[in-house]
Design a protein around this ligand. Structure first.
Ligand SMILES: [Zn+2]
Length: 482
């Protein structure tokens, strides 16, 4: 009996000690639970390039892409988190025959991409270089039709401190004060017709990011800074080497993440790459693929700091969600652009010529082809120049034997480029061809053919000349190949 009592006392003591130990352990976690918490979701698209319906207009075949399919992903996420932020990183109003037809042939109705983005409830969009392709009148019309701001903190009215677009917005998301800053690649003047950006200048983005992030942090007292930029990663992160073929400051995402204090999230664009999740210096970077083929998603978890009463980021993560064939097309978005699609299709179907043979661009970057000669003939006839230079933009381009339609020609030359005539010396022409020849890696015996192209050099930078005869010797080093 006595022994039993002793045992019981021991058990009670042990129990008390355990309870005490548990209390000590439980207490801090309880305190943590009391800390107010919140969660923000950000969805991001970029380089939509006029893609709304899931179709490739050049082949007239269905293709998984576009805002109508992305809408299904966006709407599902909004059900789960009604206050999510939806942001685009630019190059939206140009890029498909549908947007070309709207901007060049019938600009009366509202911009179709803005209609779709309004319906989806976008919060903001960074301005891309291609927004300038049709001139400022078309740009401003689309911007006015958007029910969300177009952002660019580094685009100024020439010689002033007045930005041409809104630099940033401050918005509330689940109780958190969020600043969204927009930046545009300063390469615009390198690629664009002067009259399409007359009176504007595009300043170096790193300094502008520092300046405006400080405004958001200090004057606007935001808890979270998001930069939506029409720029991507500028260098190989393994070696630190700048990617070849870029204009000065064309991309600055890594430099901004490393050198600008106070940035939390960077939503990238412009380089048409997918970056599911990348952390540089504590900054989370993400990039959705082009054409709304993916939607990028960022989730941020925040806690309120008791002392300062400010929200503090506890954790953040990013990923991209594929817009593949399994993703349904949203009927609301389809309805909005039906009339634009009908007009585009009837224009693309018009017969404008006849070809006696089938022409394909598959090998246009490797040998002389009739399909590229067609571009050269048009350029030489229109300009009266002695030499024509052109790139093979779409290696899938095909002109069938028989009737040729607007669709076939549109597929051959996909961009809204402008033909210019310049006078050059023979030496300058040779240098231009040497520049183009960077498209190829240096050949060594037994190297597989698949390894001959340097994929870091975009195919649209590989110009081919007509009116001169030349060989490219890719066994020779860069600069000595022509
Ligand atoms: Zn783009």
């Amino acid at each position: 009996m006595k022994n039993d009592k002793l045992l019981l006392t021991k058990i009670v003591r042990l129990g008390l000690a355990l309870a005490l130990a548990l209390l000590i352990h439980v207490d801090p976690s309880r305190a943590q639970q009391r800390l107010p918490k919140t969660w923000i979701t950000i969805l991001s698209t970029t380089d939509v390039h006029g893609n709304i319906l899931p179709i490739d207009y050049y082949t007239n075949k269905p293709d998984a892409r576009g805002l109508a399919q992305a809408a299904t992903i966006i709407k599902a996420a909004r059900k789960e988190n009604p206050n999510l932020l939806l942001i685009d990183s630019g190059d939206t109003i140009q890029g498909t025959p549908l947007s070309y037809y709207h901007n060049k042939r019938n600009n009366e109705p509202p911009d179709p991409v803005m209609l779709a983005m309004n319906a989806l409830g976008y919060d903001a969009m960074a301005v891309g270089n291609h927004e300038y392709n049709f001139g400022l009148r078309v740009l401003e019309k689309a911007r006015n039709e958007a029910r969300f701001p177009w952002l660019s903190a580094n685009t100024y009215r020439e010689g002033t401190d007045q930005t041409y677009h809104k630099p940033y917005i401050v918005t509330d998301a689940n109780g958190v004060r969020v600043g969204i800053l927009g930046l545009t690649t300063p390469g615009v003047p390198t690629w664009e017709n002067k009259e399409n950006y007359r009176g504007l200048e595009f300043r170096e983005p790193l300094g502008e990011a520092k300046k405006w992030t400080a405004v958001l942090r200090e004057r606007e007292q935001v808890d979270l800074v998001i930069i939506a930029m029409h720029m991507g990663i500028e260098r190989d992160l393994r070696t630190g080497e700048l990617n070849p073929g870029q204009v000065r400051n064309e991309n600055a995402a890594a430099a901004i993440a490393e050198q600008v204090p106070g940035v939390d999230i960077i939503l990238m664009g412009h380089t048409h790459r997918e970056v599911p999740s990348l952390v540089i210096n504590g900054v989370l970077l993400v990039q959705a693929d082009k054409w709304a083929r993916r939607v990028a998603r960022v989730d941020v978890y925040l806690e309120k700091d008791e002392a300062t009463k400010r929200w503090r980021t506890g954790a953040k993560q990013a990923r991209t969600i594929a817009v593949d064939a399994s993703v349904k097309t949203d009927p609301e978005i389809v309805r909005l652009v039906e009339r634009y699609d009908r007009e585009t299709q009837s224009w693309l179907g018009r017969v404008i010529g006849e070809s006696s043979a089938e022409l394909t661009a598959k090998e246009a970057r490797f040998r002389d082809t009739a399909i590229l000669d067609l571009i050269h003939r048009v350029q030489l006839a229109t300009s009266n120049a002695q030499i024509s230079m052109a790139a093979s933009f779409n290696t899938q381009a095909r002109i069938p034997r028989g009737p040729v339609t607007v669709r076939d020609i549109a597929g051959l030359y996909e961009y809204e480029n402008t033909l210019v005539v310049i006078e050059v010396t023979g030496e300058q022409l040779r240098e231009a061809l040497e520049h183009s020849a960077k498209y190829f890696r240096t050949y060594a015996p037994n190297k597989p053919v698949t390894d001959l192209v340097d994929e870091k050099v975009p195919g649209y930078n590989f110009d081919i000349a007509e009116g001169v005869t030349y060989d490219i010797d890719i066994a020779k080093p860069l600069g000595r190949r022509i």
